[in-house]
Design a protein around this ligand. Sequence first.
Ligand code: BES
Ligand code: MN
Ligand code: ZN
Length: 508
Amino acid sequence: MKIAVERREAAAASADVVASGLFEAGGKDERPPASLAKDDKGSGGMIAPAWKRKEVRGERREVTVFHRPDGRGRWVTVGLGPRDRFSAETVRRAAAEVVRAVKGKGARTLAFRLSSFVSGSVVSAAAARALVDGAVLGAYEFVRYRGTVERGIEEVTIQLGEEHGAEERTLAAEVAEQVRIAENVLWTRDIANLPADTATPERLAEVARELGKEAGLKVTVFDEKELARMGCGGILAVGGGSDHPPRLVVLEYPGGTRRGRTVAVVGKGITFDSGGISIKPALKMSEMKFDKSGAVAVLGILRAAALLKVAPRVIGVLCCAENLPGGGAYRPGDLVKTYSGKTIEVLNTDAEGRVVLADGLAYAVAQYHPDEVIDLATLTGAQVTALGDDTGGLVSTDERLAAGLLLASAATGEPLWRMPLTDYHRELVKSEVGDVRNSLEIPLAGMLTAAAFLETFVGSTPWAHLDIAGPAYTTITTRKYQPAYQNWGATGFGVRLVSRYLQDVGRA
Ligand code: BES
Ligand code: MN
Ligand code: ZN
């Protein structure tokens, strides 16, 4: 999608659709908001009468299409809700609602009236960036396997008008950067949406190699023979039941400054999770093609690091395997020796994410001595039960890292909620016959015992765990509760958040 800023007033823009945001009237106040006068004039006197007859009220998710009497195209108002609850996230959603409302309806170009989306702490730059996010992410659909594709908005302009005309240069730079950030999420979604027959562990490794060439990253792929030599018994055990052999993939971004921090980002890359011998029920098993979302997010994060030239050195580690119940599958009762030398008592082969991450986390720490480790994983159903499918679970042993991630979360609108990790959870994952067990076989704090398990393989390095089982993807049924910029399928959750964190590390 092409996106630019333009000095002109929105009413003078040559676009198929002009869009402006509209706040709800406060309290008993039935008077139209002050900004409405400008929209009314621009639209040719269409909007004030519509406000009066309560056709438009400025409520959230309210999109109203007006046809300008002078024949200059459509004017669309989008509700922003009450002004005192307005944030950049409101703008992100509103922009996506506009783009989706006019999809397949003959509109190719769209102009946003910037000042109608600026209020309080949402200054012009924040509003412009949120419009970019909403338009780019909201226009996305995974169409690779579909015969018919509806065309939608292909070009967006952000009209500065008299209010923001003087900021043209800075806003143009902000918008250009945000377009790259948002389009990087689409790149990530396109891979995470691939079905498991295509996105095998080998294929993910190839994608990493291609990315390495394109973005100038060093990429190393370990196949099953090398994994055996290295002692990565966790990844090998999980991948053993599939004809598609497992892979450990490492990407290195050298960092923008000499002697900067090193951040390792580790992802769960289960290309399909059938549960293995502890097989899952048939209903919704198809969703488990998204069980690679953590690893694919790591690809997106490394791509963003290179695109944005972030300051820290970033190491990406993808733990890729397919969890199937074939003849070589690992079983409940097995004791698996991992890269670190620690052993895992397998009680449930469906708790496979932590088993592959055991190797990936220990490898990242031992080989790169990172200053901090962040992992992303669609790890537990318990995360979805606890926080739903919009908010990721954050577990961290480091206050500074946790605070940094929560700041980045607030800035990007990818919600995180911090959860505790205590000796209680550490006690629960201890094994009688091995060092740790991969399942409790009783439903107790599933997200947190999974985190306690992972911590065993990180040691004392500052670490944050993002359980993204819920927010990594939406389904036909959950889609309607999600913001309009999350279409059906993979969301790319975590990519904007962690990329933003990496940008902030350099600024701090
Ligand atoms: N991939 C699943 C977790 C998951 C569930 C992701 C729902 C997305 C949506 C994971 O491998 C899993 O099966 N976890 C088990 C662990 C249990 C057996 C200890 C779970 O959460 O039930
Ligand atoms: Mn599983
Ligand atoms: Zn899984």
